[in-house]
Design a protein around this ligand. Structure first.
Ligand code: ACO
Length: 312
């Protein structure tokens, strides 16, 4: 039992914040940001634009892409770390926005930057159990809610946006979400976390060190589990945290850089939205083609990390 991808959509806020814009408001340079992170621009949501607003647009675009309405969807799983309301979930609010009337379930997954892999893990379990026909997976974040413009070491790293994927149950185990693995280590919570006053506390160098080992670890594990090698993988979509982390991980795994989808230069780190946005970008630009196999490693606050194997 498996699934197949039948629709996708994304939303990026209109406002683009460049490195030069940061130069005007803090002690930083385009050169430092590009050299340390590979980031050049990121999208910033408007003050009154919420995670639900962005998620609902991405969800509607995915439905349009699939030629469906919200009542064709049996469940929404939304990966988000930055909802404005503690409750209800973003997923349920998206159902409401899109006028769902079938009482279908929806919930959020809080896995920080690994959130969309955790959401894929849940979706795979439901498909494997044969419990739902069509699941919409959303990744939506307004990370700029947490950005402290007095902290140059984190302010430049994040962006906002949302993406949505629709998977349908399939009798083939070789398409859609083929395999997933998720891990967590709460003992290293201090390395990267939100503060009670909604700021980001991060030990950058330590986070970097763990990211460059955990993502390849999860990628290797899932390839071994699925019985495949790097040669069988068409594309890697790593969590878009930092170009140096992405390149170093690929190098450790022996993947050529031309197999990696990179959007961190344009979107920066959109946390739980990053992998979904990157897939939408690659499909929109005809980079990833039908039938291709994608390896999806991610790492984030928690610590959490994991990987997914997806065939388009
Ligand atoms: N502009 C200019 N200088 C800066 C900036 C900035 N925006 N930010 C920090 N600096 C300075 C520091 O103050 C420090 O100066 P000092 O030597 O005078 O004290 C110097 O640059 C070096 O600081 P480091 O933190 O050691 O820089 P590093 O090379 O580690 O790069 C970075 C920092 C980019 C944050 C890196 O550690 C990193 O990418 N870590 C991973 C963090 C991450 O990706 N987090 C996202 C969430 S988790 C995830 O998604 C994987």
């Amino acid at each position: 039992m498996g699934s197949r991808l039948i629709g996708y959509g994304s939303y990026l806020p209109e406002k683009i914040m460049t490195n030069q814009d940061f130069e005007k408001i803090m002690d930083t340079t385009d050169e430092w940001i590009v050299q340390r992170t590979g980031m050049r621009t990121r999208h910033f949501a408007a003050d009154n634009e919420t995670v639900v607003d962005m998620a609902a647009v991405a969800a509607q675009r995915a439905l349009d892409n699939a030629g469906m309405t919200i009542d064709d969807i049996d469940m929404i799983i939304c990966a988000t770390t930055s909802p404005e309301l503690d409750f209800p979930s973003v997923g349920v609010q998206v159902l409401g926005r899109l006028g769902a009337s079938r009482n279908q379930p929806a919930f959020d997954v809080r896995g920080a930057c690994t959130g969309y892999i955790y959401a894929m893990h849940c979706a795979r379990a439901f498909f494997t159990a044969g419990m739902h026909q069509r699941i919409m997976l959303i990744g939506a974040e307004k990370m700029t809610r947490f950005v402290d413009f007095n902290d140059r070491s984190t302010a430049v790293l994040f962006g906002d946006g949302a993406g949505a994927l629709i998977f349908e149950h399939s009798s083939s185990g070789y398409s859609g979400i083929i395999d997933t693995v998720v891990m967590a280590d709460g003992r290293e919570f201090d390395m990267l976390h939100g503060t009670p006053d909604h700021k980001i506390a991060m030990n950058g160098p330590e986070t970097y060190k763990r990211a460059v080992t955990c993502m390849p670890e999860a990628a290797s594990y899932i390839m071994e589990h699925a019985g495949i090698s790097a040669d069988n993988v068409d594309w890697i979509i790593p969590h878009q945290a930092n170009l140096r982390i992405i390149n170093s991980g690929a190098q450790r795994l022996g993947f050529p850089l031309n197999k990696i989808i990179v959007t961190v230069d344009k979107h920066a780190n959109t946390s739980g939205a990053s992998g979904v946005l990157a897939l939408s970008y690659a499909l929109d630009n005809d980079i990833i083609k039908k039938g291709q196999l994608i390896l999806y490693p991610a790492f984030g606050s928690g610590l959490t990390w994991g990987a997914a194997l997806i065939r388009i």
